[in-house]
Ligand binder design. Sequence first.
Ligand code: ADP
Length: 861
Amino acid sequence: LYRMGDFYELFFQDAVEAAQVLELTLTSRNKNDPEPIPMAGVPHHALNSYLGRLVASGHKVAIAEQKVDESNPKLMTRELVRVVTPGVPWEEGGSVEARMSCWLAGLHGTPRTIFGLAFLDITTGELRMTEVDDLDEAVAELTRMEPRELVISPMLTESPELAVLLPSLAHTAPEISWFDADAGQRALCQVLGTSDLMGFGAHEMTTAVGAAGALISYVRDTARVSLEHVNNLTPYSVSGHMVLDEATRRNLEILRPMRGSGRKGTLLWLLDRSCTAMGGRLLREWLSRPRVDVHAIRRRQDAIEALWDSRLRRVIRESLREVSDLERLASRVGQGSANARDLGALAISLVALPGVFQQLATTKAFEAQLPKDLVQEVAVEIKRWLTEEPPTSLTEGGLIRKGVHEELDRLKHLARDGRKEMALMESRLKESTGISSLKIKHNKVFGYFLEVTHANRSKVPKAWIRKQTLSNAERFITPELKEFEDQVLGADERSRALEYELFRELRDRVAMHVPRIQRLAHAVAYADVIAALAEVAVENRYVRPVVHPGDDLKIIAGRHPVVEAMTGDESFVPNDVVMDENRRLVILTGPNMAGKSTVMRQVALMALMAQIGSFVPAREARIGVCDRIFVRVGASDDLARGRSTFMVEMSETALILNQATSRSLILLDEIGRGTATYDGLAIAWAVAEAVHDRLRARTIFATHYHELTYLGDTRPRACNQHIAVSEWKNQIIFLRTLREGGASKSYGIQCARLAGMPEPVVARAQGLLEKLEEQARSEDGEVQSINVRQLDLFGRAVSDEPTETSPDEMGDMEPIEEEEPVDLIRKMVSEMNPDELSPRQALDLLYQLQDALVLESVEVG
Ligand code: ADP
C-alpha cells in the first residue's frame, strides 16, 4: 500500500487481488498507455478496516508512507514503514480479538534432534519458549497454542508431520541463519535488556533460543515493530500439563463447536464469565492446558471456594468490569503507540484495582497470590496530567490539565483570552500615557497597532515607532506590542504542540513502569478467572471434586455441563460412573440416541474441568489426575483435510495405542463404524483388547457391536454397562440411565421409525431382523457370525408376505423403470458382495430392492 495523498494505492497484481478481496473499483494509472497499470486504492482514514480484511484473507501487507526527501524538499519519496501480517497485526486492533491471544510462533530444529518453539504475542509483549523431543509433539503444541502465524526453519517445511498443519497456517520460512542460536541469544538479551538468559532459566534451550531469535528478526526487522514492551521470557515445559490432542479438543468442543462458528455450545462458552479480556484469554489458556500437578489444582480450588460468597463475588466482579485490557494497554504504552484515551483507561483501571484486591484480601486462600505492587502512583500521575475525557487525536490539544505546566497554561490563557489581554494592555497604556482615546487595533498589513488622534500626538512616548499617518490619527507599533502579538497569534498552535510534547513525556514516564503493569495484569487475570469459575459453579450447583494422584475415577450423579446448560431445564438425568482397578474398561452399549456419547463426554469434560481447577456438575466426584484424555468418534468427517473418514478414524486410534498410559482417560465412541461390519467389529475388538490388556487406561468403549459385551463379561478388568430404554407399544422410550450389563437389543429399527423412515421400510427391516436373529441363535463362538448369503433374503420369505405397499406410500422414492422388476432384483442380488458393503450401503441397497419390489407388485396387481 503506497500512501498517495489521501489514499493508499496498490498496483499491478496487488491491485487486481485487493480489488477482489476488498470489493474496490479497479482503475489504472496511465489510462492512455497501451498497457495501463492496474491500480486500486483505499481512503487513508479507513486503512484500519481494509488492513484487517486483507490480512484475514491471508495476505501480508507492506505499507509505504510519503516522506519529504531531505536533500530535495520538493521531492516526495516513499518509505517502507511497516509490514502487517496475521501474527504481527496492525496495532489499532480491528483484526485482533480481545479475548484471544495473538501468537506468532517460531519453530526450529533439524530432523532427529531437539525441536525448539517460541511464541510471541506482540499485543501483550508476552514471550515464551519450550523444547520438545519430536516433531509430532511440536505439532501438538502448535495446535494447542493456535498461533496466527508461524516462522519456520526452512529445514522443516517438507516434514510429513507438518503436512496437515502448514496448508492452513500462515507461515514464512526465512533463511536458516535467522535461527542461529548465538545470534538469537544476542537478540534476546538486547530485547530483554540483560547480559545473558540465565535469570530466565532459558540459557540451555538453544534450539528454542534460535526460534525466538527468528521471531525477533521477523517482527523487528521485517515487520518493523518495536519490541520495547517485551520484558520477560517464560520458558516452559510441555510435560507439566495434561495433553489434549487435536481430535480430542475437537470432539469435546472445548473452544470451538463441532459445527458452525462462534462459541455457543463449547466448554469455553459455558465457563467464560470473566469480566476482563485478560481473564478471557487466561481461561482459554487454562482450558487448552489443564494441570496435572495436584497441588496447583487444589490451590485454584481453594481460591474458588474462597469466592463462594455471592456478595463478595459480586463486589469483586463489579470492580473488575472497570478494568480495561491492562496487558494490551501496557504494550501500546511500551511501543509508544498509546493515545491519551489509552492512558486514561489505564489510570481508571489501576484505580479500580485496590478495591478488587482489598476484597480478595479478606479471604485466606488469596493471601499468597495478592500482588504487593498496585502501581498506584502511575495512576495518580496520569490523572494529574491528563484531562478527564481527552480526544483520540494527539495533535488537537485538550489533553493536558491546567496546573501541570506553567508555560502551557500561559499559552492557553493567551490563546483563549488574547482579546481580554489586549483590552488590559490598552487601559494600561492609556493610564501611563494619559491618552484617553488610545486604541489598540488590528489590520492585515500591520497586525496589531496603536492608534492616537493628532490632538494627542505630543503625549506619544519616544520609543513608539510610527507606521502610518491618517487624516485624523497616527498609527504606532511598539516592541512590546509586537511580542504580544506573536504570542497571541501563535499561542494556540504552540499550546497544541506543547501538549503533544508533554503527553509524550508522560507516556515515556509511564512506559518505564510497563513491566510492573504487566505483572499486575497477570494477577488481575487470575482473580478474574477464579471469580468466573466460582460464578459458574454456584449458579450451576457444581461441587468441588477430590483431585488426587491415584488413577481411579468416581462420579456420582454427574451431568453433562454443556448439554445441561444448553437445554436450560432440570430434565437432564444424572448418572454415576465409577472406574477403579477392577473396572478399567467399560463396554457401553445401548441404542442410538440413548445417551452414550453424552455420558462419555461428560466424564471427559469433568476430568478436564477438574484439572483446570474448576468445580464439576455432580453430587460427588473423585478424580485421579489424567495425564492425557483421548476422545475418538468413529468415522467422523474430515473432508476439509481430504482424508477418508475411515483413515482418520484409524490414524486417530493408532495414536492412542501408541501414546496412552495407565494414567490416561480414553473414550472411544463407535470405533470401527466406518467400514464393513466384519472388519469393523474385528478392529473394535482388537482395540478394546489392547486397551484392556496392555494400556490399562481408564476407558469407556461405546459400541453398537453387541459382540463386544463378551469382553466385558470375560476380561478381569472389564465390565459391561448399558443405557436403559424401555419399550411401549413398539415405541422406544429413552430413560437415559446407566445400568450394569450389556444392552439387550439395539432398537435401531425403532430409531429408524422415530427418524421418520417410511413405514414399509421399517416393517421390512423388522422382518429381516427377525430372520437374522433366528440365524444368529443357531450358531455360537466368540464372534457370532451371521451368514447373510444363507439367509433366504429375497426368496419365498418375501413373496409370502402380502405386499400392500403402493408407490404413493413410498414418498419421494423413484421407481426404477428400465428393466423387468424380477430380473432386476435377481441381478442386484447376484451382483452384490455383502462382505464389502458398509451398513450405509446395505441400507441403500435395501431401498433399491424394495423399489424394485414395489414395481413388481404394481405390475402383478
Ligand atoms: P448416543 O451416543 O447413544 O447415540 P447421545 O449421547 O448422542 O446418544 O444422546 C442423544 C440425545 O439425548 C442428545 O441430544 C442428548 O441431549 C440427550 N441426552 C443424552 N443423555 C441425556 C441425559 N442424561 N439426560 C437428558 N438428556 C440426555
